[in-house]
Design a protein around this ligand. Structure first.
Ligand SMILES: Nc1nc2c(c(=O)[nH]1)N[C@H]1C(S)=C(S)[C@@H](COP(=O)(O)O)O[C@H]1N2
Ligand SMILES: [Mo]
Length: 225
């Protein structure tokens, strides 16, 4: 009979590992959903925040860079068409800004969890992410940044892989405009708007809690509501 490395740990450590694993699985199962609205309730939100937006970005040369535990040399890059080839999801949810306003918006894009599943970048092993079946294999965090790295956000993995966390290329039934984050932005309705990073350049999955632009300026790192 072969014994796994885990079996050889002293029992208090082993118990702690098992507990962490159950906790992580519980987190993913419980994943609280943000309310959804009829599409007719959707409006176009104001443009809010333009840190790190490059108005002159060459959309044909743009690529989404995805980096996992294996590091920069194993980065994968995706064109917008690659992203659009992943399952399309539409949702009508509230964009809630920490400044006190909110707007119901209709979004279209693909789940960040679907990207994590095709790249294997979100796990320690490099296997496709399976939050329910194998939560212990997941890295702890996702870090997103604009191509110029001026704006950056950190997400805990449960929120990053939440079913309503989307990489969006359409807003209000139209392709994203540059001021709303073309060609691709994050929309994460379980968090305040500060986390919904516009114009994504790189997504990095990591075990170290990522830097976060607004957390560095005194806001709560999690920014849930
Ligand atoms: N790159 C970038 N993304 C950003 C911001 C920013 O300044 N730069 N501001 C955030 C804030 S505070 C909010 S409320 C939302 C607003 O999105 P909207 O402009 O599409 O309404 O974008 C978020 N994403
Ligand atoms: Mo905001």
């Amino acid at each position: 009979m072969t014994r796994s490395a885990e079996d050889e740990l002293p029992w208090p450590l082993r118990r702690a590992l098992e507990f962490d694993e159950r906790l992580a699985q519980g987190t993913f199962r419980a994943s609280r959903r943000s309310p959804e609205f009829p599409r007719s309730a959707a409006r176009m939100p104001r443009v809010n925040g333009s840190i790190g937006l490059d108005w002159g970005l060459d959309l044909s040369a743009w690529r989404l860079q995805v980096v996992g535990a294996a590091g920069d040399h194993a980065r994968r890059s995706f064109t917008l068409d690659d992203i659009k080839a992943l399952p399309r999801v539409e949702m009508t949810t509230e964009l809630r800004c920490i400044e006190g306003w909110s707007t119901v918006v209709h979004w279209a894009g693909t789940r960040l969890s679907d990207l994590a599943a095709v790249t294997g970048s979100a796990t320690c092993s490099g296997r496709p992410a399976d939050p329910i079946g194998n939560a212990a294999d997941l890295l702890g965090y996702a870090a997103l940044e604009t191509p110029d790295r001026e704006y950056y956000v950190g997400l805990d993995m449960a929120s990053a892989l939440h079913p309503q966390t989307l990489l969006c290329y359409e807003m209000g039934g139209q392709p994203l405009t540059p001021d709303h984050g073309a060609p691709l932005r994050l929309v994460i309705p379980v968090k305040y708007g500060i986390k919904s990073l516009k114009q994504i350049g790189t997504i990095r999955f990591t075990d170290r809690r990522p830097a976060d632009y607004w957390a560095e300026r005194g806001y709560d790192w999690y920014a849930g509501h």
